[in-house]
Design a protein around this ligand. Structure first.
Ligand SMILES: Cc1cc2nc3c(=O)[nH]c(=O)nc-3n(C[C@H](O)[C@H](O)[C@H](O)COP(=O)(O)OP(=O)(O)OC[C@H]3O[C@@H](n4cnc5c(N)ncnc54)[C@H](O)[C@@H]3O)c2cc1C
Length: 470
């Protein structure tokens, strides 16, 4: 062991969840130390790449708390326990105000309900990745500077790898720095490593057979270290097979201009997606996040094609943060266009008869107002099912982009890590994308990464401070 260091609270990861925890703890008089594996001043993470929209379930954070809590439970079809939904709903408005008090600025990016609180300056609306100087980047630099002013710090190039537990209580951890082990002692450890999407073995174990056929739609810096460390000391996990992500052009696998934007959820949820046999396999009307999860679980996640018509291309195709129309073809994404379905199938490499039968069956049920009798059924409560009747017809090869995993360490309302028997692991906390049980469920309900990270961070810090105060 090279050396040891100590602090009141040791935090693993310098994204929004880790830095909110650290600053709140420092405000409450604790000495906070953040360990960050990234060596760069502007180390990469999803909080730096983020689109920056603070929301819960794509709702305005200021709506009535009871309505918000109900929405979280409904959108996850009962997967999120009521006390956890209430915790998120209660503090949605507080995290906005707390970040404002830290000097973080928000803008209203559009008239959409969920875009009322977007980190400033907002991302530029063009294809590809651009984070430098945008909201997430500015937020991390502001929170990092505030932490230093409060006597805390971010120790970079330091990768946590093993928790120390004595008499059932977590008292620190071992991390690697420049190839050497360093021990950190503290009265509490907070895990905030951003999830396990960057660990293909874990993605294969929990999410899909072919992780190499998913597009990493984020920094990929969440490598499941926190999850593995927590499991090794008995923490329970929940919701491991779900992830937050979007549908992308298949060429996003190799073309940097095609991720994280434009994503194709608006055309996918308006039309249909088919497998290589030309048949539908998923309810497109639930959400783009749901479709991405279903695509990931196929034998070949890279064999899927979105099918739609001119009306969809001119309608939903023009919506979204960076719209598919006209950006997708402009930056090199394949868009097949044909005046009839047989020709379209030939261009897309699909069986013509099967595709034609699929589209006709879909159109018939939509016209009859019976989308639920399709196989698989099609919901219309969130997204209108557009008929595919107006030529020319379109086919876009797609893939699933994984941004961050939704499952992870089971926590209570104080963000304390729990064992499977419901007992608490004293001194161990999980926040942000390291947690499980705060989003997901049968319909892969997307609750929201930034708000979740900020709120759980506040709760962890406040509970640790209260425990110490006695
Ligand atoms: C393109 C894009 C757009 C998005 N848009 C939105 C949006 O508009 N609204 C929204 O709510 N969410 C959005 N998200 C998701 C959101 O950004 C994330 O859910 C959130 O930032 C996660 O925060 P976090 O602190 O949990 O993890 P991260 O930000 O990933 O931070 C985790 C940190 O832990 C570090 N780390 C990992 N392992 C170790 C280790 N062993 N030791 C030390 N450090 C470690 C990592 O290097 C990283 O810096 C978006 C994400 C992306 C990529």
């Amino acid at each position: 062991m090279e050396s040891t260091a100590s602090a009141d609270i040791i935090i693993v990861g310098g994204g929004i969840a880790g830095l909110v925890t650290a600053n709140r703890a420092a405000q409450l008089g604790l000495k906070a130390l953040v360990l960050e594996q990234g060596a760069e001043d502007k180390y990469l993470c999803n909080s730096r790449y983020t689109g920056g929209t603070l929301h819960l379930c794509l709702r305005d954070l200021m709506i009535d708390e009871a309505v918000m809590a109900r929405t979280i439970v409904e959108i996850t079809e009962g997967f999120v326990a009521v006390p956890l939904a209430e915790m998120l709903a209660r503090d949605g408005r507080r995290i906005v105000q707390w970040l404002r008090d830290e000097g973080i600025k928000f803008i209203r990016a559009s008239g959409a309900e969920h875009q009322k609180y977007v980190l400033a300056p907002p991302a530029t609306l063009r294809p590809g990745l651009n984070w430098e100087g945008r909201g997430g980047d500015v937020m991390l630099r502001t929170l990092g500077a505030n932490l230093e002013k409060r006597g805390g710090r971010v120790a970079r190039a330091t990768r946590a790898r093993e928790l120390i537990v004595k008499d059932g209580c977590c008292t620190g951890l071992i991390a690697s720095r420049n190839g050497t082990d360093v021990r950190f002692d503290g009265s509490a450890v907070v895990l905030a490593d951003g999830g396990f999407q960057g660990n293909s073995e874990l993605v294969q174990r929990y999410i899909c057979r072919r992780p190499e056929r998913l597009k990493q739609r984020g920094a990929g810096t969440g490598r499941g270290d926190a999850l593995l460390m927590a499991m090794a000391v008995g923490a329970a996990t929940r919701g491991m097979d779900r992830f937050y992500g979007h549908m992308l052009s298949r060429e996003a696998m190799t073309n940097e201009k095609l991720w994280p934007h434009p994503y194709l959820d608006s055309i996918v949820t308006a039309g249909i997606v088919v497998a290589p046999d030309g048949r539908r396999f998923v309810d497109e009307g639930i959400s783009g996040v749901y479709v991405a999860n279903a695509v990931a679980k196929l034998d070949d996640p890279l064999g899927v094609v979105a099918i739609f018509d001119q009306a969809i291309w001119d309608g939903p195709g023009r919506s979204g943060v960076v719209s598919a129309n006209p950006n997708l073809p402009q930056v090199g994404g394949t868009v097949h266009v044909a005046n009839d379905l047989i020709s379209l199938a030939r261009l897309a490499g699909l069986p013509g008869d099967a595709l034609t039968a699929t589209v006709h069956a879909y159109n018939e049920k939509i016209a009859a107002g019976a989308p639920q009798s399709l196989a698989p059924p099609r919901r219309i409560s969130s997204f209108r099912a557009w008929p595919i009747t107006q030529p020319p017809y379109y086919a876009v090869p797609v893939c699933a982009g994984i941004t961050n995993t939704m499952g992870g360490v089971v926590v209570n309302e104080h963000a304390q890590a729990m064992r499977a028997d419901g007992s608490i692991i004293d001194g161990l906390y999980a926040v942000g994308a390291t947690t499980g049980g705060l989003e997901g469920g049968p319909a892969v309900g997307y609750v929201g990464g930034l708000a979740k990270g900020g709120i759980t961070g506040l709760h962890a810090a406040e509970h640790i401070a209260a425990q110490r105060a006695g």
